[in-house]
Write a protein of this length. Structure first.
Length: 425
């Protein structure tokens, strides 16, 4: 893992690792979307056979199979999932907002908070199972009051869906599960097919084809964000433990080869210790090849002169995950402007947020924490305003509204309100 001084480090290096949506991928995905839009289930079946090597006997997973999955996972995993579910609910319940009303004599106006009716959740599958993704996406949707939560996930290599994913769907209150993945699943959710309903919004992570599909269907349906490769930035002082820091960096690096793990520290001794630990721990990691590529290409240990400089650099990078492995983390929290989620102190590894603590793990990546927020209850509601004026109050406002409209050259707008001053014929 390369050690560099801050003055020799360029953020442009980080941006180069971004998995760009190439013209070829965009063209492929566009063709998939159009075929699903026009041919529906028949196209889904064709793509399943082509890309997954197997087509489901039925797209919709039966309720019996979902119920059975809860019995198939270990009691330990079931208990962990239930505890995680409770934590996620408790945190996201605080995000619920109510509408408001502003009533005065002759005037009433306000805002309503209305849940979306149908939401689609994409859950990656195939070679791995991510029940945590199910919980993190479905729980805030359920709390928001979404009527139908439609989940799509690809078949695994055994031609089924991991019981852990189905069990999580059951616990979180998912309405229906469909065994289909890739860009074709996004297209099905956006346009609907004979089997899969059209939804109002699509959320959840995926590979470059899924991300590109979400980008292309935006406008037909809403999406949460365009998620790229995952990343973590750790700010550490001289009291941190290199062994722990290395483990946290590798936890991020094992996601995929484009994942990014960065340590920013004021201590050369800590930098050297962490570098050695990364190499040592890497040898025992089952996903060693993936993590090694991530560390080699995208990993950095950056030396800075002060924690102030470290925080400034973190704000420029705008990481998805920011660990403040420092002695007094709450002192520095207020200076953090750009981060998806912040993990405070030596005993709060990022993995807590992945699975258990409660805050959402669907976070802005690739520097988009400068303007995006974590997934929340707000992503599953819309707001609508309303107003009422009595005849007397309208009369008071008429001339001012007309002047405004005429200043913009919109005589019809002015006429719309002035006509109400005219006497009835």
């Amino acid at each position: 893992m390369k050690i560099v001084k801050a003055e020799n480090f360029s953020i442009k290096e980080l941006r180069q690792r971004n998995a760009q949506t190439t013209a070829e991928v965009t063209q492929q995905v566009s063709e998939i979307i159009e075929k699903v839009r026009t041919e529906g289930d028949r196209a889904l079946m064709e793509f399943a056979e082509r890309f997954d090597g197997i087509a489901p006997t039925a797209f919709k997973v039966s309720q019996e199979e979902i119920d059975r999955a809860v019995q198939q996972i270990s009691p330990e995993l079931l208990e962990a999932m239930k505890s995680s579910l409770a934590n996620i609910r408790r945190f996201h319940k605080r995000q619920l907002q109510e509408g408001f009303i502003d009533a005065q004599a002759g005037r009433v106006m306000g805002q309503r908070v209305i849940p979306l009716e149908k939401v689609g959740i994409y859950v990656p599958g195939g070679t791995a199972a991510y029940p945590s993704t199910v919980l993190m996406n479905a729980v805030p949707a359920k709390l928001a009051g979404v009527e139908q939560i439609i989940m799509v996930t690809p078949l695994n290599q055994k031609g089924g869906i991991a019981p852990a994913i189905l069990a999580a769907a059951k616990l979180a209150g998912v309405s229906a599960v469909y065994q289909i993945g890739g860009a074709q699943a996004i297209a099905a959710l956006a346009y609907g097919t004979e089997t899969i309903p059209k939804v109002d919004k699509i959320v959840g992570p995926g590979n470059i084809y899924v991300a590109t599909a979400k980008k292309l269907v935006y406008g037909t349906t809403a999406i949460d964000m365009i998620a790229g490769p995952s990343d973590v930035l750790i700010v550490a002082d001289e009291k941190a433990q290199g062994k722990w820091l290395a483990a946290d960096l590798l936890a991020q690096a094992e996601h995929d080869e484009n994942a990014q793990a960065i340590l920013v520290t004021t201590s050369k001794k800590m930098a050297d210790e962490t570098q050695r630990e990364v190499q040592k721990q890497l040898q025992a990691l089952p996903r060693q090849a993936i993590a090694a590529a991530s560390i080699e290409n995208n990993g950095r240990i950056i030396l800075v002169d002060s924690l102030e400089e470290a925080i400034e650099l973190a704000n420029l990078i705008a990481p998805e995950h920011l660990e403040l492995a420092v002695n007094e983390p709450f002192i520095w929290l207020g200076r953090v402007k750009n981060a998806g989620s912040v993990f405070l102190g030596y005993h709060t590894p990022e993995v807590l947020g992945d699975y258990f603590a409660g805050p959402n793990h669907t976070l802005p990546t690739e520097g988009t924490a400068r303007f995006y927020s974590p997934l929340s209850v707000d992503d599953f509601v819309k707001r609508s305003s309303y107003l009422y004026y009595s005849a007397e109050e309208l009369a008071k406002a008429t001339d001012k509204v007309a002047v405004f409209a005429e200043s913009e050259g919109l005589a019809g707008h002015a006429r719309s309100i002035l006509v109400r001053k005219e006497k009835k014929q």
